[in-house]
Write a protein that binds this ligand. Structure first.
Ligand code: T4K
Length: 366
């Protein structure tokens, strides 16, 4: 069996069956059902946020957030992410403007944001990449100074806290992905986090075609509802996510212990005051110092059944839809290119066996 970059956290099947029986008995299988309501409440509590709206995946809350805030013109964003981030801007008929990253975190560099603002800029869409918190204070200062909205793509940042406060409370809106490959999953799924009841109501309308009631449609909504089956699954997974994060933490400890000081290999350490979720374990290969290129190592791992992934290579700005944009010029994004060209995400999940960790390490070390 190959060792994959991740493996889904699955609820106990017997417990899931019990909840499924309740869904079957109720015959209410989607459209804001009982498990949906319970999961929204449970997530508010777990995540320490005031309002959560569930979605059917992590892409549609991004699209809907831009819609809800009536974003137009240019949106400043990072090229170092999964392509859904930029696609959401494009689908809203806006122009993504890529800016470079801070190599210390992989996140958008605040100084580059300020330099890219034009009269057409209306919003910033940063990503807490790998779950590492953005410099939310600086980003908010810039947004306030220029009157911009901030929508965080927090797909990787489930449960991440800075000094005891959820990172999801930053900005105007934050979005999460609960895809199978994430720390916390509902198979497919996602959510939006907002600050007030008015916005929660608006988002709930928008994810249900814009219906405010049986006869009134208040905007060009979409269908992005989470069903009862996945809400029930999500409730069960919430009970075990802390243990899963701790198991991931132990994997990170072992990787760091073995790789610290290895010439040509770098990785991120924990940030002070941050509760990390260890959603990914990226390493960065300096070919000259390491003696092998990133791709040589990546394919050697693959040959030996270790399926790391080059998240996020290529940069979004390199895809055909976007590479014609002036901001996609590699000269504008040198640090993002360097990171994308050197990264490998090592296998990282709650059930990674010690021998799989050691095999991965031995391929890197020998
Ligand atoms: N914003 C950001 C920053 C994101 O990273 C993402 C998604 C989004 C927005 C959009 O959220 P969603 O709409 O997807 O909810 C994966 C995921 O599909 C995607 O959710 C994720 N980011 C992205 C970073 O990674 P792939 O194509 O690399 O996944 P895949 O199918 O190759 O799976 C990776 C490994 O996981 C497999 O080798 C084995 C394991 N796996 C996967 C699945 C699906 C399993 O063991 N079981 C499974 O069921 O995109």
């Amino acid at each position: 069996m190959p060792i994959t970059v991740t493996s889904p956290l699955l609820p106990d099947l017997k417990e899931f069956n019990e909840l499924l029986t309740q869904v079957w008995d109720s015959k209410w299988i989607t459209n804001n059902g009982s498990f949906h309501k319970q999961l929204e409440a449970a997530l508010c509590e777990y995540l320490k946020v005031p309002y959560v709206s569930l979605f059917t995946n992590g892409t549609l809350p991004l699209l809907t957030a831009l819609q809800a805030l009536r974003i137009t013109g240019e949106v400043i964003t990072t090229p170092y992410s999964f392509v859904a981030t930029t696609h959401s801007i494009w689908w809203n008929g806006c122009r993504p403007v890529f800016v470079d990253i801070d190599p210390a975190t992989g996140n958008i560099a605040p100084d580059c944001i300020e330099a890219a603002i034009t009269p057409k800029t209306t919003a910033i869409m940063p990503v807490h990449v790998y779950g590492k918190p953005c410099d939310t204070k600086r980003i908010q200062e810039i947004a306030d100074k220029y009157g911009l909205k901030v929508i965080y793509d927090a797909a990787h940042a489930f449960g991440v806290e800075v000094n005891g406060e959820s990172i999801l409370n930053a900005g105007d809106l934050s979005t999460l992905s609960f895809h199978a490959t994430k720390v916390y999953n509902t198979i497919e799924g996602g959510a939006m986090v907002m600050h007030d009841a008015e916005m929660k109501k608006r988002i709930d309308y928008l994810k249900n075609f814009g219906f405010a009631n049986e006869v009134e449609v208040v905007g060009p909504g979409i269908n992005s509802k989470m069903d009862e089956v996945r809400s029930a699954y999500g409730l069960l997974n919430l009970k075990q996510v802390d243990a899963a994060i701790e198991a991931r933490h132990q994997v990170a400890i072992r990787y760091r212990e073995a790789l610290r000081g290895v010439e040509g290999i770098t990785f991120f350490d924990d940030m002070p005051g941050v509760r990390h979720n260890y959603s990914y374990f990226p390493i960065f290969v300096d070919a000259e110092q390491f003696g092998r290129t990133r791709d040589e190592l990546y394919f050697k791992m693959k040959e030996n059944g270790v399926l790391g992934r080059r998240y996020f290579y290529p940069l979004i700005s390199e895809f055909s839809t976007y590479r014609g944009l002036p901001s996609a010029d590699p000269a504008n994004l040198p640090k993002a290119h360097r990171m994308a060209d050197s990264v490998i995400c090592l296998p990282m999940h709650h059930a990674l066996a010690p021998e799989d960790i050691e095999l991965t390490l031995s391929i890197i070390l020998h």
